[in-house]
Design a protein around this ligand. Structure first.
Ligand SMILES: [Zn+2]
Length: 320
């Protein structure tokens, strides 16, 4: 019987993934449903409950001691509620209470998805062994999280490290968050593609206007595509340098679809970091691609549950 087993949920706008994860981060069982993102909040919760019911049908479930949730944000861990931008039916939705009720009263740990991915990279990925790290997801949006002093730093509400919405361009374009010139407004995949199209780049015969297509064009030397990635790299570098100067991180890990662009992103990013991270105590800062794949959200949610709920020799876990 596993005594260090937790259930993990990774809740996003397209899918709700669940798993049973052991103390080594191994996924022992999976369940998944599409997110009915346009439906009322309780319908979305029904899909979460379906995932939990499927997991609970396993004999392994008797060893589960807690549930970790990594959710699209914003989340509010202080109240146990979530208001994901891309799930309009959930506004201040009491997710922790509902999951606790659906699991017979298990402890529930809620963090934002960027924080969850950070927990995974710190546990098993590119930030392993680093006591002070910023991990980022650069894809449709830009999220992130922090490890400080060797521990995950979710902050009071579970959103700390949300680097996508710090401003790096004081008079920049308005951002959907209400601010302007945010890292996300410049460096997200859709914004990389938008800027390339505005500059005159055109997709190939397949009509693919994604950031991945812009990255391919940049690798072929298309100057507008190269420039759009350089602009994104500068925005990321400014945000990373600011973070390093504030809290002395020594590594920034970049994942997500844009993070897969390789040298097209990382070469100008390292050059821009040398320009922005200038003080002696941030010059050792390195950047690295993320190592955790699509399971990062689940593994990170499990990590949060494992670290905040120490093993208890209760009747369930002991199999009595
Ligand atoms: Zn913003």
């Amino acid at each position: 019987m596993h005594t260090d087993l937790v259930a993990a949920l990774d809740i996003g706008g397209t899918k709700i993934a669940g798993a049973l994860v052991d103390g080594h981060g191994r996924i022992l069982l999976r369940a998944q449903r599409a997110t009915p993102a346009r439906e009322p909040g309780d319908t979305v919760m029904d899909a979460v409950a379906d995932v939990l019911t499927e997991l609970a049908a396993s004999p392994l479930w008797r060893g589960v001691r807690a549930v970790g949730i990594g959710s699209a944000g914003p989340v509010d861990a202080s109240t146990g509620s979530v208001s994901p931008v891309n799930i309009p039916g959930w506004r201040a939705y009491p997710l922790v209470e509902r999951v606790r009720a659906a699991t017979g009263g298990l402890p529930v740990e809620l963090i934002g998805d960027g924080v969850a991915i950070t927990a995974a990279e710190h546990w098993q990925g590119a930030a392993r062994g680093h006591d002070n790290a910023l991990c980022m997801v650069v894809s449709t949006g830009v999220g992130g999280g922090l490890v400080l002093g060797g521990r995950l730093h979710p902050g009071p509400t579970g959103n700390a490290g949300h680097i996508g919405h710090i401003s790096v361009d004081l008079d920049g374009d308005p951002c959907p968050c209400g601010s302007r010139g945010c890292v996300e407004r410049i460096a997200s995949g859709p914004n990389i593609a938008r800027r390339a199209l505005e500059g005159g780049w055109r997709p190939g015969p397949d009509g693919d206007t994604s950031a991945a297509a812009v990255a391919a064009a940049a690798r072929d030397g298309h100057p507008v595509a190269v420039a759009s990635f350089e602009r994104a790299a500068r925005a990321l570098a400014a945000g990373i340098a600011a973070t390093a100067t504030l809290v002395e991180i020594d590594i920034a890990v970049i994942g997500g679809g844009v993070g897969k662009a390789g040298d097209v992103l990382f070469t100008p990013l390292r050059a821009a970091l040398a320009e922005y991270a200038t003080l002696s105590f941030v010059q050792r800062l390195t950047v690295a691609p993320a190592l955790m794949g699509t399971d990062a959200g689940l593994v990170g949610a499990a990590a949060a549950a494992l670290t905040t709920t120490p093993p208890q020799p209760n009747a369930r876990a002991a199999g009595v």
